[in-house]
Design a protein around this ligand. Structure first.
Ligand code: FES
Length: 620
């Protein structure tokens, strides 16, 4: 280590990062592309971020409570409580990483996937070899052959190629007797394979979510899926919500660069794994498309999102910059281009455009509402092709954050609640519950409303306020928290129980109320009412797991829209990115689509505050 840097090596992968002394080890892990479990938010109480440190620093008082003496002696420590001070090896067990038990929605509507005209095409050609009379260079020779075969339009610019593609062309032509397959994007040659009529060619679609990342490998020849991967966004270490990340990125170029590298490292790893599993060389990844909200897209490509942190919330770009995958550190063909989806305005970003594209909202007859519930709630109203979009600061309650026993939808999270005679809690992965994720929170509040234990104004009943007819097994869970407020018990040791508190209910009211108020304002600005809505499409990681009746009870979904009109749309951000890879026509219209959407800034609507206040009441 020099005086300014500590080298932190993570086993078993051996990945290493150089950090400044004083950098929190959680941050160092994020920089190396690892998303560590932090359900207690770094308070040192959950023990889920444990790792084996070599050399191990002296144990801290909080660790004496959370880890056993044997563990401490062996060198186990809590990553959330230590900073880098010198070179260090850290063994990071799989149990300390967000991983297999995590529910991340990667599904999407395959039926709409087009395969006819991908952005990267290929054509088998044969051409006359050069001679003393015909000394045409290789590249224009191929250009002429492609035009003669109708693979390149007459009006297309001359074929261009980088050194790598030229080397392949030169070798491929000679090895294949001037016959083979050209792989190209517009007029840019990417590869040439001599003596074959078929060349491998893949694309990668990426959903850059605030909390989760998803990537899909697609075969550009036939549009087939070659694999899907998901991971946590390692930037969560710098905050669950967008504003914390904007604030950190705004501190300076170094912080911005760290955040970009962290997310790109995880996406790079996902691409490598997808290619390995599919038996495809990363060199054959010829095109990429990525969609995320405005902040995530900015951080992904290293653009300072600071202007989004203050009024009037102006993004740096509208149409997404075209980037070279390799410049972002992503493993792909040297000339592979990454399309970043365009931003509509403010916080309404490329993921919304991708959602519109995936759902075909601009072409749907009647009135459609697309609701993407994530850390922010993105809303799109389509009225016979006229598009209006807004973003609501729903807050991270649906991601399990700011809830006393909240956690992400990972192993041990209560994801579903049925309060009958005997309450039933479905826990992800089975076993005793460790906390409550977004769908569990929604379910629980819906069920408590139905049981009369939660009032429409959000007041949670205490033990002395039980309405008549509450089953004994349910009543036994109504308790008081140590500070005196009501608590609905969910689990934990007798001396450390956890459950739903009054503050948790308030967080849900804020989140559901923001989305509901946003829907009402969007409709009103378009001169429509709730019963005009022909269909509601629920998108995003959370939408798939919620139960409609409880979403209706807490007012997240409008009761005026019958259940049969509510559909789950899956991960529309990923699906839209795939469409842009598989259809040249869709790729070409993405920017125009974003410009055609009217951005509704809810904060400037004079009715928003009133609607929001009213939407805080549960319809019951
Ligand atoms: S102990 Fe909970 S995050 Fe470290």
């Amino acid at each position: 280590m020099d005086a300014r840097h500590a080298r932190i090596t993570f086993d078993p992968s051996g990945r290493a990062v150089e950090t400044r002394p004083g950098t929190p080890l959680l941050e160092a892990a994020a920089l190396a592309g690892f998303a560590v479990n932090t359900p207690c938010g770094g308070a040192g109480s959950c023990g889920k971020c444990r790792a084996l440190l070599d050399p191990a620093p002296d144990p801290l008082p909080v660790e004496l409570k959370t880890l056993s003496l044997e563990e401490l002696e062996a060198g186990w420590r809590l990553l959330c409580r230590h900073n880098a001070s010198a070179d260090l090896r850290i063994h990071l067990p799989a149990s300390s990483l967000f991983g297999g038990g995590h529910q991340i929605v990667t599904g999407h509507d395959a039926a709409r996937e087009g395969t006819a005209d991908p952005v990267v095409r290929q054509a088998a050609v044969r051409m006359p070899p050069p001679s003393l009379e015909d000394g045409l260079p290789d590249l224009p020779r191929l250009d002429a052959a492609l035009r003669a075969a109708g693979a390149l339009d007459r009006a297309a610019p001359p074929l261009a190629a980088g050194p790598e593609a030229l080397n392949r062309l030169t070798a491929g032509l000679r090895a294949g007797d001037y016959a083979g397959t050209a792989v190209f994007r517009d007029s840019r040659l990417l590869a040439f394979h001599g003596r074959t009529a078929d060349a491998p060619s893949c694309g990668v679609a990426v959903d850059v979510g605030t909390t989760t990342l998803a990537a899909a490998l697609v075969d550009l020849r036939d549009g087939s899926d070659r694999g899907v991967a998901a991971a946590m966004n390692p930037q969560t270490v710098w905050g669950d919500d967008m504003l914390s990340r904007i604030a950190r990125a705004g501190r300076g170029r170094e912080e911005l660069g760290e955040m970009r590298r962290a997310v790109c490292a995880v996406i790079a790893e996902m691409i490598r794994e997808l290619c390995l599993d599919a038996g495809v060389s990363t060199d054959h990844v010829h095109a990429l498309a990525a969609a995320g909200n405005t902040t995530m897209e900015s951080l992904f490509c290293g653009v300072d999102p600071s202007p989004l942190g203050c009024v009037p919330f102006t993004p740096a770009f509208g149409n997404g910059p075209r980037l070279r995958a390799r410049d972002l550190g992503l493993p792909a063909h040297p000339d592979a281009e990454l399309r970043l989806f365009p931003v509509i305005g403010g916080f309404v970003g490329g993921d919304t455009v991708a959602g519109i594209l995936a759902a075909g909202l601009d072409a749907l007859p009647g009135v459609s509402l697309l609701i993407d519930i994530g850390t922010n709630g993105e809303l799109v109203l389509a009225n016979n092709g006229a598009l209006h979009a807004a973003s609501t600061a729903a807050g991270p309650a649906f991601e399990g954050a700011r809830i006393s026993c909240g956690m992400r939808a990972a192993h041990g999270a209560i994801e579903k609640v049925v309060l009958g005679e005997n309450p039933v809690f479905s826990v992800i992965g089975g076993g005793p519950p460790r906390g409550l994720c977004g769908s569990g929170l929604l379910d629980l509040c819906g069920q408590l409303l139905a049981a009369g234990l939660l009032a429409p104004d959000g007041r949670l009943a205490g033990p002395e306020e039980l309405p008549p007819g509450v089953p004994d097994a349910v009543a036994a869970r109504v308790a008081r928290a140590p500070e005196g407020g009501p608590l609905f018990l969910l689990g934990g040791a007798p001396e450390h129980p956890f459950g739903l508190t009054q503050r948790d209910v308030r967080e849900l009211q804020l989140a559901a109320g923001a989305i509901r108020a946003g829907i009402l304002i969007l409709l009103r600005q378009a001169g429509l009412a709730l019963d005009d809505v022909d269909r509601v499409l629920l998108a995003g990681g959370f939408g798939q797991y919620i139960r409609r009746e409880n979403a209706l009870r807490v007012g997240l979904l409008p009761a005026e829209v019958p259940g049969r009109r509510v559909h789950y749309a899956g991960n529309t951000s990923l699906a839209g990115a795939k469409r842009a890879l598989l259809s040249r026509a869709d790729d070409a219209r993405v920017d125009a689509l974003a410009r055609a959407v009217r951005h509704v800034d809810l904060s400037t609507d004079p009715d928003f505050a009133t609607e929001f206040a009213m939407a805080m009441y549960f319809p019951g």
